[in-house]
Design a protein around this ligand. Structure first.
Ligand SMILES: C[S@@+](CC[C@H](N)C(=O)[O-])C[C@H]1O[C@@H](n2cnc3c(N)ncnc32)[C@H](O)[C@@H]1O
Length: 355
């Protein structure tokens, strides 16, 4: 019989995650990092952050001395992990900034052509094309990842609500009341980038371990990983905005600079999308079954889940128990943190799975 333990969140702020910059991402575990850490096995040497998103979890375990393997199937998240997990020392300097902002006569026009008057006015869209071309001129891949990561965060600050599933950004930026509440939406993108720079440079640190970062489908990747002590699974919660490509498609387009996609509907989301396996209701159970089957060799799994997701907790426990024993830790949200998955009354679960 699986045991459930109800808990309060440790009294903590993100400053405990050393200096990880504030996140704004659906399903970010920023507020839960310490709770998850306290309920994880002790003495972890290698921690696999399997659906890394913002990397806030992997980063926290990095601060605790672990070697991190990080993976997310979206490229803009891969760059965060490259910049703040795998990268131990490299930051952006003044000469890098000069290069990033200089005029590039070979810059492409993708953002200007597709996204002018969708999320940005022409001059800002043009600025993004120029910046993107200059990123490729940086002579170090960690610098490139850091530049893309900071720019992507700047873009989520520019767009009210922090995602790209709406097309109201330009209208919001002209609405005095909204600008008063959130001045970022009217600032030039360059200013937003520079405002964030120090936070990101300061977050780069070395814990003397060799980390590894991937941009693959976790279910396939996990089979190939050796010597992992703990796999942390935080897949999209089906029922709580699981389609990350619908919300963050622009960031993916910006980093991939797609030449072979269509851009569809009002938000100009790219098509075809990458296949997640954790988006449609019909695919969820088979996807978890396959993930668990492919992860059997890893002695501990930690799985984040919540009470609004499909399938429900009991079905999840049944599926896990085919492979591992399981204890459940439970925390009830007292406030609304944004996103359907973190509303007051929603219970956040952590399944602690072991042999
Ligand atoms: C709930 S979010 C993870 C949030 C993260 N733990 C954090 O605190 O920021 C789920 C992540 O899974 C990624 N994802 C979805 N399907 C995936 C797949 N098949 N393989 C790898 N990553 C996937 C999404 O891009 C998204 O970033």
């Amino acid at each position: 019989m699986a045991v459930t333990t109800k808990q309060k969140l440790p009294n903590t702020t993100t400053s405990n995650a050393i200096k990880f910059p504030r996140t704004q991402y659906l399903g970010s575990k920023e507020k839960l990092v310490q709770w998850i850490f306290e309920n994880s096995p002790k003495g972890i040497e290698t921690f696999f952050d399997a659906f890394s998103g913002t990397s806030v979890l992997g980063y926290y375990f990095k601060t605790k001395g672990a070697r991190i393997i990080s993976n997310d199937f979206l490229k803009f998240n891969y760059h965060i992990a490259k910049a703040l997990i795998e990268n131990n020392t490299v930051i952006l300097t003044d000469s890098d900034l000069a290069l990033l902002f200089e005029k590039n006569n070979n810059a492409g026009t993708l953002i200007e052509e597709v996204f002018t008057d969708v999320f940005f006015e022409r001059e800002q869209a043009n600025f993004l094309d120029n910046f993107r071309a200059n990123v490729s001129l940086l002579d170090n891949t960690y610098k490139q990842s850091l530049a893309l990561t900071i720019m992507n965060r700047a873009l989520t600050r520019k767009i009210l609500l922090g995602h790209f599933a709406h097309t109201s950004a330009i209208r919001y930026s002209k609405d005095a009341a909204r600008v008063k509440r959130n001045p970022s939406i009217a600032k030039p993108i360059k200013t937003l980038f520079l405002d964030l720079l120090a936070d990101y440079n300061n977050a780069v640190f070395d814990n003397k371990k060799n980390h590894a970062v991937f941009c693959e489908d976790t279910t396939t990747l996990v089979k190939t990983l050796e010597n992992v002590d703990v796999a942390y699974f935080d897949p999209p919660y089906c029922g709580c905005h699981p389609d990350y490509q619908a919300f963050y498609h622009f960031l993916e387009t910006f980093v991939e600079y797609w030449q072979d996609k269509q851009f569809r509907h009002g938000t100009k989301a790219y098509f075809p999308k990458k296949d997640s396996g954790f988006t449609q209701k019909a695919e969820i159970k088979p996807s978890f079954e396959k993930l668990f089957e492919n992860s059997q060799h890893i002695p501990h799994w930690l799985i984040s889940y919540n009470s609004k997701s499909y399938p429900n907790k009991d079905v999840m426990i049944e599926m896990i128990e085919k492979h591992k024993k399981v204890k459940t830790f439970e925390y009830e949200y007292q406030n609304h943190y944004g996103g359907k998955g973190s509303r007051k009354g929603t219970k956040e679960y952590l399944f602690y799975c072991y042999d």
